[in-house]
Write a protein that binds this ligand. Structure first.
Ligand code: COA
Length: 336
């Protein structure tokens, strides 16, 4: 009998309707459409309206993933929200999202692993399903990064965007299309200063001093982050390929964290995967952190890019430092 595995059963994405183009940003910052396109691949990003929070986007994406999975909301017994921009420090964003989705008393909690949150979430969900702690899990990656962007920092302003993506996972077996077959997760806290939002936590409050004016904004050391992203996603992807027993040639699609198109292209070179197998959604949405991989999956899936049984490699890198990768086959579902 085939081994137990989590199986992808539903997929949905939601981008807030308002877009900000590179042209618009070049009127606010000393930058240009040409610089942003060539250095990052981003053409536009979606931005939540004032008053719209991470939980609001998560509910939209959650609805869509449940619809894609054929409804049956009562059967979800665990909700995980992966986010680095939660609605508030306490409580977690997930219980409110669960209540708004009508999930009853399903277990609900947040995962915070920077831009690797979706990979950490999918590994956690998979563990719960294969251990028998849950039979159906809704995992949502959701972010409103526009709320932590320094209005004076062009580097982060051009990259990040808002959005949410969600998957429904069910308990199944490794021989089914859609099965998650292998994972790799890792972290290195010695690199914690590369990407930070320093204010708002116990570290800052414990000093007894008021926070610096920019403490609530994201700070990123771009070039070092770029190099670490390529290195860590490369190593993690290779670890998953070794675990699942696929060669680079056998990978049909690489769905990497959408941080920078040049990172994805360099990663493909390091792995020895053809560039046309790299899935990119960054043109439309920028870097949506925990939401970027499910959004890229939903976009490519709805365009008919994947065939049932195709081999997918997911890989992400983010603040922490954290990284993670997963191997799965495509189930042939219709994303919402
Ligand atoms: N527009 C125009 N020029 C810009 C700019 C912008 N938005 N941002 C930076 N520059 C300038 C710099 O000031 C620098 O100018 P200088 O040479 O005169 O000093 C020049 O462009 C090169 O800067 P650099 O930082 O080397 O740019 P880069 O090619 O590394 O691109 C990032 C910057 C942020 C796009 C890139 O480093 C990156 O994508 N890093 C990884 C981001 C990431 O993955 N983050 C999330 C991880 S979860």
């Amino acid at each position: 009998m085939s081994a137990r595995a989590a199986v992808l059963a539903g997929l949905g994405g939601y981008l807030p309707p308002r877009t900000v183009t590179n042209e618009e940003l070049s009127r606010r910052f000393d930058t240009s459409d040409e610089w942003i396109r060539t250095r990052t691949g981003v053409e536009r990003r979606h931005v939540a309206d004032p008053g719209v929070s991470t939980g609001d986007l998560a509910v939209e994406a959650g609805h869509r993933a449940l619809k894609s999975a054929g409804g049956g909301q009562g059967a979800v017994d665990m909700l995980i929200v992966a986010t680095a921009t939660p609605d508030q420090p306490v409580p977690a964003t997930a219980p409110d999202v669960a209540a708004r989705l009508g999930l009853g008393t399903a277990a609900a909690f947040d995962v915070q692993a920077g831009c690797s949150g979706f990979l950490y979430g999918i590994a956690t969900a998979s563990a719960a399903l294969t251990a028998g702690h849950a039979t159906r899990v809704l995992l949502i990656g959701a972010e409103v990064f526009s709320t932590v962007l320094n209005p004076g920092d062009r580097t982060t302003a051009v990259i990040f965007g808002d959005g949410a993506g969600a998957v429904v996972l069910r308990a199944g077996t490794a021989d089914e299309p859609g099965a998650l077959l292998a994972f790799d997760l890792g972290a290195d806290g010695t690199g914690k200063d590369l990407i930070t939002i320093p204010g708002g936590g116990a570290r800052q409050r414990s000093t007894g001093r008021p926070p610096q004016p920019d403490a609530g904004y994201i700070h990123m050391r771009g070039q070092e982050t770029f190099a670490e992203a390529v290195r860590r996603m490369g190593q993690s992807s290779q670890a998953v390929l070794d675990r699942v027993g696929w060669s680079a040639d056998e990978v049909d699609h690489v769905v990497g964290h959408q941080a920078n198109l040049r990172i994805l292209r360099t990663l493909a070179v390091h792995l020895g995967v053809d560039q046309e197998r790299v899935v990119s959604h960054i043109q439309e949405a920028g870097n949506t952190s925990s939401a970027s991989i499910p959004l890229a999956l939903a976009d490519a899936g709805s365009r008919g890019r994947f065939r049932t049984g195709d081999r997918l490699l997911l890989t992400a890198f983010g603040a922490g430092l954290t990284w993670g990768s997963a191997a799965l086959t495509w189930p042939g579902l219709t994303p919402e």
